[in-house]
Each structure stands twice: as C-alpha cells, then as structure tokens.
Unconditional design. Sequence first.
Length: 319
Amino acid sequence: MTESILSVEAIRKQYATVTAVDRLNFQIREGEIFALLGPNGAGKTSTVRMLIGITRPDSGRIRYQARAGEQAAITGPELGYLPEERGLYQDQPVLDVLVYFGRLQGLSRRDARGRATQWLERLDLGERATEKLGALSKGNQQKVQLISTILHRPRFAVLDEPFSGLDPVNQERFLDLVRELRAEGMTVLLSAHQMALVERLADNILLMNQGQEAMTGTLESLRHDSGLGTALEVQFRDQPPRELPSLSGVQDSRRLDERRLRLSLASDSDMNELLGALQGLGAIEALHSERPSLHDIYLHAVGEKGPNSEKNDAEEMTA
Ligand SMILES: Nc1ncnc2c1ncn2[C@@H]1O[C@H](COP(=O)(O)OP(=O)(O)OP(=O)(O)O)[C@@H](O)[C@H]1O
C-alpha cells in the first residue's frame, strides 16, 4: 500500500494555444483510490489520456511500475479504463458485449462468460443478459460498462465519471464495489464531479485547476490546508440581538432566520469560550456543527464562493 505504482513528474500538454496540463506532479500508491478532481476544462481528461498512453506529454515524465518493469504509461491488461464517452455496442446482447471485451483483455471465452454472468447477477442484470445493450436504461448501461472495465481484474483501473447516470441506490453499490476492488488490491484513479461520493471513497485527492495542481492530499490535509474551519449553526430560543458583539474565533456569521445563526469558525477557535459567549446572547435551543466538506473545499480552492461566504438572503451580521 505504500509503494508508488505511478509517478507523474512535471507533465505538460499543450493543444494549439491552450495549455491543458501545466507541469503537473503527483504519485499514486499501489492499492489506493486516488481522485482527480477539477472544474470543466481543468485538464483531467488530458491528464488521463497521457497516463494511459493515448497521448504523450510534451514534456515531463510518467513512470508506471508495471509487473514486467517500468513503462511510460499504463497500458495492456494491467489497465482497466472506463472512458467518459461510453462506447459499447448498442445493438449486441449484453452478455456477448462483455464476453467480447473479456476476450480482448486475454480471458478465455468460458472464463469471460463465467465472470460476466456473475457480475451481471450481482448488479441485478442477470435476467437481462440476452437483451440488446441499447434496450437498457442509461444507468444499467453504465453498470455494464463498469463490468467491462474490471472483468479481467486489471491492476490499475481508471474510472472517468463512473457515477454519472446512476440513481442513489446504484451510486452506493458502485461505491461498495470500488471499495471492494481496492480491498482486493486494485489501484483506482477516479475522476468524478460528485464530491459527496468522492469524499467517502478517495484515499488521496488531487484538485486541479487550469492545468495545474490547486491542492493535493487526504481529505484531512485538504481541510487543514484550505484554512476552512467548522461551521456552527446555533438556534436560540428567542431572537438574538441584532448587533452581535465580537465573538472570538468566529470569522464570519450570517443570520439564517430569526432565531438561527450560522458561524464560520477559524480552525483554531476555542469552542468552550465561544459557547460561553453565545450563551450570553440568549438561551440556546440547538447546535449543529459541520466540518468543511470536499464540496466546500473544492469551491474554495477553485475560486468560487466558499461555504463560509455563501450568498444568502439573510442579512449579514457583524461578528
Ligand atoms: N484535443 C484537444 N484539442 C484542443 N484542445 C483540447 C483538446 N483536448 C482538450 N483540450 C482543451 O484542454 C483543456 C482541458 O480539457 P480537458 O478535457 O482535459 O478538461 P477536463 O478537466 O477533463 O474537463 P471536463 O470536466 O469538462 O471533462 C480545455 O481547455 C480543452 O478545451
């Protein structure tokens, strides 16, 4: 789990006048789930395409520790790739499509058939194996596509937007499934826009913006580096004073409604001291605290409004 399976050193990719990826560095350890995040156009797909050898970096270096030795990209049967543009054969029966892909990855027909049948049953598609793929809903097609990616048990799976088109129940199943693959030792590079899911899945996160690293690390370290503190919602029994006194450790405060305040705390604020000060403003009926989510951190890092400066109809208060 500690060995680096992939090392990316200052890679750069330019398309005409656009620098899609600009001296990007990161490492992925064997057996981890690594999330590559960023706004549209940040350079995620361009990065993935270099990692799997579809394109080559203009400069910089990619080193993949394949079983047979170091490679400049993740290629061959060690790779399982779920592309953003889904491209399975719509007019073929589901099972045949999967067997075909399994065969392409070196499985015997019998093995591919056996594995595909198991996976289809597991994902509630067992009874639809003989139907044409195009007859399935988008979410079910997505399941088939994921099966085709991992059927041959790749060592390194690259999943581009694996959750798109899935309902919440199936999102949870995909989450479990990816965790299971990790437990079996598979390394997973995940690119997705569903921050709440990524937050529960990723061991390490790289947040890209404009081709460069905006932040990287575990969720905990991103929380720390973002400087975003906990948000505290306080509900008073009666309306608190209109003019709030200065509250130590509070960076920002908003009135949510007549009796509720939302306070953004500095990361080093003293909760006991603050609670004492709040009690001085009136009887407290309820408290709810929330650590910054990946969603908050993401918005903060890519320059959008952060969680602590959300626009709200409620009037601003002086802390
Ligand atoms: N083949 C190409 N030719 C020209 N420009 C390209 C090409 N591929 C990507 N780009 C440009 O490079 C930049 C990064 O694009 P990329 O597709 O890597 O972003 P992304 O992070 O994957 O975005 P999204 O979340 O929308 O998929 C964009 O400005 C894009 O227009």
